[in-house]
Design a protein around this ligand. Structure first.
Ligand code: IVH
Length: 678
């Protein structure tokens, strides 16, 4: 074959394989036998091997890379990946419908699209020039992690969109979002295999999909049957008018769209759909945890906008949790990182919603008393979302005379020290901050994924290192390198894994302040608050100097949190830990700082409508404090109009003049990040 005909043949083979893949993986139909398919694939591989200069990233042979993914770099989402607020019953669904209508011009007709809520992991995929370009996880909604190599292995995701289709549609660059999941059968098989190999089991299909997406080796990912349903299309221009049209367009572009979506004329049709799928959910080969209801019209979606992290134009209807009946063998007390004791029921193993359950949380002693739960009782347990299963009720008819009431322990079950119950709390605490259970809990939290993300320092290893006395507090992690000999002698750890762990520890030193703050486990400071604090103060030193009043002045930081932060930094033990972390070379600065805080310098804002999260006066002060100006009327010179609820004539004027309009969420992000202003 001459060069031109090789190229032609390669192109032909790719087209064919693409077509067969599409039919097989997206439409679930086989057009040819496996044998014939393999022949084509092998021919393509051979031609590409002989002509490596002709290999392109969109070739079907390029789905599985051979290089390990060393890191999953952050990707900022062009439009935040929002989450949904939940409804649990008919009444709440009707409330949603009412709110939607109240926020639209009087007499608006509203149609909804209902979709199954797939219980998986959301992902964003960017296409450039019709080619798969980049994929990222949701992360905190604003910034995710790049998982391109792993997502590329999913065969139902096209690497290239048909040229003709793109021409018809009139766009080349776009972003799709959807849910990556694993079918139940595949999940069961995977867990069986893991059990055989003595590996840790995944709790449910969602966790196994999430875990797979973060594997470093794309070859391993490719061997796990991940799949996707897409439901969102983001274009440069607003050419699509409805969610229904979005789904059809996605289908036409070759994406896998869940077939059970429906256009509903009104909320009663929506409710009917929800009820129907709540009973039919077990017939599906994948897990769903509810229904997503979206206002169909994109124009109406725009008017409705978003509240904080979720849209006003969509809501989830969550199904009731699945239940099972089993027996409590024993009730034990677990000590967490804050010292709080949690009663846990050890159960006779029972299969529920895709996995075997052998423990359930009982929350606290009041709950045990209220529900009269005793050792030996037969109980109903349920699993909702990602929480640990809980005991819903006792089957009293089956109570035996041997059932035993639970007593509050007199001392910490781990360190034996005295327990304390604060007057206005139900929780009981072990007050010994050196209790091994607390130390283990704090260290596990510190190294966890959302915190310092130190791979390789798993729960079992942390337990062991604490028991061996190598870890007493989080700063000891950075001293592990001086215990190399002890580490390599631990069973199951060789030179290679020790080196990997040590380099992951080194790498974690550059995590930004927001991660470190979260990792320290200050009471009430979650990942979101840590981000705000880091952004506001810029450095650990500044934050440590802040008074309660200064802390409270930050949006969303209440008195409880500010007190807790102050108490944390006033504690000499904690100060020592921080000093040692500093000496170890950890990064004490935030990833983005508002240095000088003048990020809105030179920008003029006009406010209209009511904001849900702050008064007009507060909004004005924030803009001024960031260097911006606030004007009372819209002109060509206005940079942004911030439109809250029921905006007035300024909104129309802004539209006429083409001034950029920010909804509340966009405005909040701008304040938070100080980045959106170019
Ligand atoms: S729409 C603003 N549609 O549910 C729109 N989400 O709690 C937000 N999900 O993060 C997403 N199936 O991971 C949408 N058909 C569907 C979905 C779906 C599952 C997940 C998604 C999202 C979460 C919202």
């Amino acid at each position: 074959m001459n060069n031109a005909s090789v190229e032609k043949r390669i192109r032909e083979l790719r087209e064919k394989i693409r077509k067969y893949d599409y039919h097989y993986y997206v439409l679930s139909e086989s057009l040819i036998s496996d044998y014939e398919y393999d022949q084509l694939y092998k021919e393509l591989e051979k031609l590409e091997r002989e002509n490596p200069h002709l290999i392109t990233p969109d070739s079907p042979t390029q789905r599985v890379g051979s290089d390990l993914t060393k890191e999953f770099p952050p990707v900022k989402h062009r439009v935040p990946m929002l989450s949904l607020s939940n409804t649990y019953n008919e009444g709440e669904l009707y409330d949603f419908d009412r709110r939607v209508k109240e926020n639209l011009p009087g007499g608006s007709k509203v149609e909804y699209v209902t979709e199954l809520k797939i219980d998986g992991v959301s992902v964003s995929i960017i296409y450039r020039n019709g080619l798969f370009f980049k994929a990222a996880t949701r992360g905190d909604g604003f910034t995710g992690e790049e998982v391109t190599n792993n997502v590329k292995t999913i065969k139902s995701i096209p690497l290239k969109i048909d040229d003709q289709k793109l021409k018809e549609k009139g766009f080349n660059d776009f972003e799709v979002r959807g849910e990556i999941f694993m079918e139940l059968e595949a999940f069961r098989k995977l867990n069986e295999e893991r059990e055989r190999n003595g590996e840790k089991l995944f709790a449910n299909p969602r966790n196994s999909a999430a875990g797979t997406l973060k594997l470093q080796d794309p070859q391993l990912v490719a061997a796990r049957p991940l799949d996707i349903f897409v439901y969102y299309l983001l274009l440069e221009k607003d050419i699509i008018k409805t969610q229904y049209e979005t789904l059809i367009t996605l289908k036409e572009l070759g994406f896998k769209v869940n077939p059970h979506f429906k256009l509903c004329k009104n909320i009663s049709e929506v409710l009917e759909y929800c009820k129907e799928w709540e009973t039919k959910r077990d017939d599906l080969p994948y897990e769903i945890d509810g229904v997503v209801i979206k206002v169909n019209s994109v124009e109406q979606q725009k008017i409705l906008g978003n509240i904080a992290k979720s849209p006003r134009w969509a809501v989830a209807y969550k199904f009731k949790a699945k239940q099972a009946t089993t027996k409590i063998k024993k009730i034990v007390w677990q000590v967490g990182r804050t010292g709080a004791l949690t009663p846990v029921a050890e159960l006779e193993p029972v299969f529920l919603a895709g996995s075997t359950i052998s423990r359930a949380t009982l929350h606290n002693i009041d709950e045990i008393k209220r529900k009269d739960i005793r050792e030996g009782d037969t109980v109903i347990i349920e699993k909702g979302g990602d929480v640990i299963p809980k005991v819903v009720a006792v089957v009293l008819a089956e109570r035996s005379p041997e059932s035993k009431e639970v007593k509050i322990p007199g001392e910490c079950p781990v360190c034996g020290s005295k327990l304390y119950r604060p007057p206005d709390e139900v929780a009981i605490y072990c007050q010994n901050t050196n209790c091994p259970a607390q130390i283990k809990g704090r260290i596990k939290h510190f190294v966890s994924r959302g915190a310092m993300d130190i791979e390789g320092l798993g729960d079992a290893l942390v337990d062991l290192l604490v028991d061996l006395g190598l870890l007493k507090s989080v700063d000891d992690i950075y001293n592990l390198k001086n215990h190399y000999d002890e580490l390599v002698n631990i069973e199951g750890l060789g030179h290679k894994s020790v080196n990997n762990i040590l380099s992951a520890i080194e790498k974690s030193k550059s995590q930004p302040l927001e991660r470190l703050l979260f990792a320290l486990g200050i009471r009430y400071v979650g990942a979101g608050a840590a981000r705000k604090l880091a952004l506001h103060f810029g450095t650990m030193e500044n934050l440590m100097k802040a008074t309660e009043e200064e802390l409270e002045a930050i949006y969303d930081v209440g008195p409880q949190m500010s007190k807790s932060i102050r108490a944390f930094f006033d504690n000499p033990e904690n100060r020592k830990v921080i000093q040692r972390l500093k000496e170890a070379g950890l990064n004490f600065t935030a990833s983005v700082t508002k240095t000088g805080a003048q990020v809105l310098m030179g920008k003029t804002f006009v406010l209209t409508g009511t904001l849900g999260s702050m008064t007009r006066e507060e909004a004005k002060n924030k803009i001024l404090s960031l260097g911006g100006k606030v004007s009372s009327s819209v002109s060509k010179k206005t940079d942004f109009v911030v439109a809250g609820e029921s905006p007035g004539s300024k909104y129309r004027k802004a539209k006429e003049l083409g001034v950029r309009i920010l909804n509340e969420n966009e405005f909040l992000q701008m304040l938070e990040k100080g980045e959106a202003v170019q």
